[in-house]
Design a protein around this ligand. Structure first.
Ligand SMILES: [Zn+2]
Length: 214
């Protein structure tokens, strides 16, 4: 089962993914995190990738495809959530081809819809664990200020959590991801989740959608 999570930053899809991973045996594939993990290796490919990331350059499609290939080879039969990828129609088409190789395909898309205003209110309050990447914010608070509940790591604000960066991401999201929702709706089940109310409400709606699919 392969579920694609779509939505703007801080729309609650990360929280949803974390809950399913922690309590329901799902695996999450986040392209950004997978790239950072891969870049930490020692192979020539890892070093080349690290150089791309360091300069803030767009990682070549071939490299991303390679990562996806490795991931789906190992996990295409499991319960997989895709968070942050595919982001647009062309990435979705490319991923369809990778999945086809393993006789698999997307099961459904969950679309977490939230406004830029709601997104910013949540991002403003957001901190992340340096070590395990868990996110804390308005809803999930650390028991001890500045310290991760799960691993004791230090909680920091991400450098790219600014209003300007969010605004740019929203423009990209509207230009690239919203057409993907329309594309997906013609081919796969798409579930609409109103993510403006609260992350708990979004979580509940997303779980209901999932129970229909399982
Ligand atoms: Zn932690």
């Amino acid at each position: 089962m392969i579920i694609v999570l779509l939505g703007p930053p801080a729309s609650g899809k990360g929280t949803f993914a974390q809950t399913l991973v922690d309590h329901h045996g799902w695996i999450v594939f986040s392209a950004g995190q997978a790239l950072r993990d891969m870049a930490a290796g020692k192979s020539p490919r890892a070093k080349k990738l690290a150089a791309f990331l360091k300069r803030g350059k767009l990682v070549p499609n071939a490299m991303v495809a390679h990562l996806e290939d490795d991931f789906f080879r190992a996990h295409h039969n499991k319960k997989v959530l895709l968070d942050g990828t595919p982001r647009n129609v062309s990435q979705a088409r490319a991923m369809e081809k990778v999945l086809k190789k393993f006789k698999s395909s997307f099961t459904a898309f969950l679309f977490f819809d939230a406004t830029e205003k709601v997104s910013w209110e949540r991002i403003r309050a957001r901190v992340q664990c340096e070590k395990c990447h868990r996110i804390y914010g308005l809803q999930i608070k650390p028991k001890k200020k500045g310290i991760c509940n799960a691993c004791g790591g230090k909680l920091i604000r991400r450098k790219d959590d600014t209003k300007g960066v969010l605004h740019d991401r929203f423009r990209v999201y509207q230009r690239e991801t919203l057409p993907l929702v329309e594309w997906a709706a013609q081919r796969y089940p798409v579930f609409y989740i109103n993510a403006n109310r609260s992350p708990q409400s979004a979580l509940k709606q997303a779980k209901t959608a999932l129970s229909i699919l399982e």
